[in-house]
Ligand binder design. Structure first.
Ligand code: PLP
Length: 451
């Protein structure tokens, strides 16, 4: 039994008491009572790509902190920052490779916020001052500040702040299991992608600056990859209408789906990338907004600085941690493992769909997978949200030693339960078996309660 703690001076992500984690090693976390948890979602939300307790990363940060931990970003540059900029450029997708610049921040949210600012500043620089709108997608998530809440499409996380942000247009998601157009791939001819062109026509391209999407939708849809051809079609539409394509690689970046950047799976080069999480594997907060060289050059030509930024941006210790984490991914061939063990994981999750009445779908790419719960498999009817099925699954797993990430809202933002199954990229097939064995016990207990 774990000792559950709720410190009265600390506000946490839930109001319930929690075990205290004191140590992590590989795919495992340990609490203060010595209980072990398999980290099935890589630190809750697809963060700890290289697993816990990697000495090289801790050492790199320690060495850098002995030299210098902070130097005013408006006056100085620093060596880890420059090295990380080169590393990112060498790994950027398509024509961005060695043809981009990166702005480093602290969180995924500020990377998205900076991506949106960059799009706006670019069009101001080009004299196309009416272009400001960013089109997002329903059931997509891009971060947790007030401005970004207007752009993402995660209803539960937007609703409380509804009167406080700028309302931006949204198109339906690419979600084949519950196609918003009730069509079937490929005869649908990617109507979900073509919906972007409809929106641009209806709004007027002179107002649209950018379109933003996740290659594999994480928290809002439980690991739903866009179908083949989706981003190629989106790219063509953006090009036709002078609209920038921003991809949100906060979850999908840094090897998660078997490439440095998830968008490579669709052989598409975006204009701007926002990324974070796996970049440092959670060893330190860091994020990046990567833009094509020509976009940054246009902004630089105005001689107006890029007007984003936070005090802790470009932190040398964080940059050193990210460099070591990226090098670890490379040295241990983790992108290859994301592809192969990820394929095995998905295959085994699909067996769970056959085995359990309450699991309607398993989907994913690389080591980014998820399952969706249904009350009725034939009709795909979701459970009543009041039953809190994904939270109950989370608790059943936690009791048995697996930490998971529950998601809700795949059905029009108001219903639908899912869980991400996104273990660290170091996970072996044997560890997948161990993890899924425990998840199946949790599913059995939950199914007995629900049906
Ligand atoms: C796709 C995506 N974008 C942006 C964010 C925001 O990142 P952060 O929580 O680091 O601000 C998240 C967080 O879960 C995310 O999943």
């Amino acid at each position: 039994m774990a000792t559950l703690v709720r410190n009265k001076h600390v506000v946490q992500r839930t109001w319930r008491p929690m075990p205290t984690i004191v140590r992590g090693e590989g795919i495992y976390l340990y609490d203060e009572d010595g209980n072990r948890y398999i980290d099935s979602a890589s630190g809750s939300s697809v963060v700890v790509n290289i697993g816990h307790g990697v000495r090289e990363v801790a050492d790199a940060m320690y060495e850098q902190s002995k030299l210098v931990t902070f130097a005013a970003p408006h006056l100085f540059t620093n060596r880890p920052l420059q090295q990380l900029g080169d590393i990112v450029a060498e790994r950027a997708p398509g024509t961005m490779r060695n043809n981009c610049r990166t702005w480093f921040g602290c969180t995924g949210t500020d990377a998205v916020d900076s991506a949106v600012r960059l799009a706006r500043q670019y069009f101001l620089a080009k004299g196309q001052t009416s272009k400001y709108l960013v089109i997002g997608r329903w059931q997509g998530f891009h971060g947790n500040n007030i401005a970004v809440a207007g752009i993402h499409g995660h209803t539960f996380r937007r609703k409380p702040y509804y009167p406080m942000y700028q309302h931006t247009p949204h198109i339906p998601p690419a979600y084949c299991y519950r196609c918003p157009f009730e069509l079937t791939y490929p005869t649908c001819r990617l109507k979900c992608a073509r919906a972007l062109e409809t929106a641009i026509h209806q709004i007027g391209e002179e107002y649209v600056a950018a379109f933003i999407a996740e290659p594999v939708v994480g928290a809002a849809l439980g690991a739903v990859p866009a179908p083949d051809g989706y981003f190629q079609t989106i790219r063509e539409i953006c090009d036709r209408h002078n609209v920038l394509l921003i991809v949100d690689e906060v979850m999908t970046g840094w090897g998660r789906i078997g490439h440095w950047f998830g968008i490579e799976e669709w052989q598409t080069t975006p204009d701007i990338i926002a990324t974070a999480k796996g970049m440092s594997s959670g060893y330190t907060p860091i994020s990046a907004t990567i833009g094509k060289e020509e976009i940054w050059q246009a902004v630089e030509d105005t001689q107006i600085p890029f007007l984003a930024g936070h005090t802790m941006n470009q932190n040398p210790v964080s940059c050193a941690g990210a460099i070591a984490s990226i090098q670890y991914v490379e040295k241990h061939n983790l992108m290859e493992n994301a592809r192969t063990t990820g394929a095995y994981l998905l295959q085994e999750l699909k067996k769970i769909v056959d085995e359990f009445d309450i699991v309607g779908d398993a989907r994913g790419k690389g080591m980014m997978c998820g399952i969706e719960f249904v009350k009725d498999k034939a009709t795909k009817e979701p459970f009543d949200p009041k039953m809190k099925v994904s939270s109950r699954f989370e608790m059943e797993c936690l009791k048995r030693g697996v930490s998971t990430f529950p998601c809700t809202g795949c059905v029009e933002g108001v219903a639908g339960d899912m869980a991400l199954v996104t273990p660290p990229l170091i996970t072996t097939p044997e560890q997948v078996d161990e993890m899924l064995g425990i998840m199946k016990e949790a599913l059995r207990a939950l199914q007995d309660e629900l049906l």
